[in-house]
Design a protein around this ligand. Structure first.
Ligand SMILES: N[C@@H](CCC(=O)N[C@@H](CS)C(=O)NCC(=O)O)C(=O)O
Length: 219
């Protein structure tokens, strides 16, 4: 059996790390986590620590040890894709090709977009924060996310965006956390969706680790 190690950043802040954590947990495969503290400027700096695992110098990184070899996969979406491919039984992509194409569009739209939401509503997983004065582009991006979620939830009528938990939900999991941290107003169906995402065991575990960072004064 393959041995998985997921290298992640500070839980409170590392939204990119949370995405493959949710996906990996959904596969049911055992895995270990290596935590790297972000924003460390004293030696060894964050960058120096990450470079020991990946030449890209960013977390998340997934190491797959198998057959005496170690495969390194980096970038949240590449890790989610790799896990979906290696664990088809987890159903991380919808079975229907058309639905799958739409779910991929959702995942990629998140991966490459919403820069103002990421900038103004930065993830602080275990905290509640005051909503900042939103820029027009941030408002447009929040509205787009809410409308995309409503459309998918209405079309598939499942627990998650495309029925069962998919990579699309993994990619949006940190956005759910951000919207709760800053108190973004939502419709009832979206509120229900956010509750279900937060109730995932992966999210509960992440919250515990993020809360420990707050309690230890790390963040
Ligand atoms: N596109 C990458 C983005 C990864 C990224 O920006 N990660 C941040 C942490 S959330 C990082 O590693 N920062 C390095 C640093 O702060 O030095 C992905 O999807 O994984």
């Amino acid at each position: 059996m393959a041995r998985y190690t997921l290298i992640v950043g500070t839980r409170s802040w590392s939204s990119w790390s949370l995405r493959p954590y949710v996906a990996l947990k959904a596969t049911g495969a055992p895995f270990e986590v290596t935590d790297i503290r972000l924003r460390q400027t004293d030696a060894p700096t964050t960058r120096e620590q990450i470079l020991k695992h990946s030449p890209a110098g960013k977390v998340p990184v997934l190491k797959i040890e198998e057959g005496g070899k170690v495969l390194t996969v980096w970038d949240s979406l590449a890790i989610c894709e790799t896990l979906a491919e290696r664990h088809p039984e987890a159903g991380l992509w919808p079975k229907d090709a058309a639905v799958r194409a739409t779910a991929r569009s959702y995942a990629c739209e998140m991966h490459s977009g919403f820069p103002d939401v990421r900038d103004q509503l930065s993830m602080d997983f275990a905290r509640k924060k005051e909503m900042p004065e939103l820029r027009p582009d941030t408002k447009i991006q929040i509205a787009r996310i809410l409308s995309a979620w409503e459309t998918a939830l209405a079309a598939h009528k499942g627990e998650f965006l495309f029925g069962g938990l998919s990579v699309a939900d993994c990619m949006y999991a940190p956005v759910v956390s951000r919207f709760l941290t800053y108190g973004v107003e939502t419709s009832a169906p979206v509120g229900g969706y956010m509750d279900r995402v937060m109730a995932l065991p992966a999210m509960a575990e992440w919250r515990k680790a993020a809360q420990a960072e707050v309690d230890d004064g790390i963040v």
